[in-house]
Design a protein around this ligand. Sequence first.
Ligand SMILES: Nc1ncnc2c1ncn2[C@@H]1O[C@H](COP(=O)(O)OP(=O)(O)OP(=O)(O)O)[C@@H](O)[C@H]1O
Ligand SMILES: [Mg+2]
Length: 303
Amino acid sequence: MKSNFSTAQNKNRFVPRETICMSQSRCARFRHLRGIELGRVIAVANQKGGVGKTTTAVNLAASLAISEQSTLLIDCDPQGNTTSAIGFPKDPARRTLYQALVLGEPLDRIILKTQVDGLDILPADKNLVGAAIELMSTERREYQLKGLLGQVKNTYSYVIMDCPPALDLLTLNALTAADSVLVPIQCEYLALEGVSELLDTLMRIRRTLNPDLAIEGILLTMYDERTTLSKQVASDLRSFFGAQVFQSVIPRNVRLAEAPSHGKPIHFYDIHSKGAEAYINLAKEVVTSGEKRIGKGAGGSDS
Ligand SMILES: Nc1ncnc2c1ncn2[C@@H]1O[C@H](COP(=O)(O)OP(=O)(O)OP(=O)(O)O)[C@@H](O)[C@H]1O
Ligand SMILES: [Mg+2]
């Protein structure tokens, strides 16, 4: 834990160490293990819109960074919501993933430090739509982001990529560059709609572009414990996907919805909220499954 998180100068910046990470001995153990597995690249993807991809990418990345896992957040969505949610309002002068993908600019000239110690961002803006079009005529067009990540992958313990709500070339680039995919699913009526299409796409990507692509996990989002519908959907998803569903569930929480308009991850907006607790738990689960994967050598949480 960086010292500025250990002070109570700003209530919203105070994060009790034990809520985030793990015991000191486990932390030390994991630091050692990090030397073995650097740079786990996770794509947060679901072609369905508004299911919590950006909220998850931002708050999972921030939770990982706060728990001392150096993390790069990549905004692969021309909507640029991740970029603004982490504190960078629209700025036409800012370099983005577009300059890297299309003009070949080095990532170290584009990546920015965020307000969270240990968390950097590769930003996006609407120009990224152009990248998707301009890359169409490029040879090995689906491998461009993977090629770029070679510059930085081992600088970070985790790389979290927020994908657009489409199975377009940007999402294909992210899934080709990824070690695993995390699929947020909103606990609502017709939750499974589109998931079979996504799973078909993942199988196709495994056969063609990225045979090693694993399922990091299915994440239930916007869960409302007061409704029978949420409970029913969660139960259906668990019986359908079994152990691939994260134990952590993200509740519907107004603080999570408010934080992006303040340009803050939930930890700096309301650390005591249910939303903050849920994303901290998710980060623990991701880190723990990484530890298990290393311990086992191969396999892990994927299918
Ligand atoms: N757990 C939650 N509780 C309450 N509101 C949430 C929660 N998660 C996300 N939201 C809100 O729901 C909306 C959609 O979330 P988000 O932008 O994360 O979804 P998305 O999948 O990234 O959307 P898109 O497909 O457009 O990129 C946002 O207004 C967000 O603030
Ligand atoms: Mg989004």
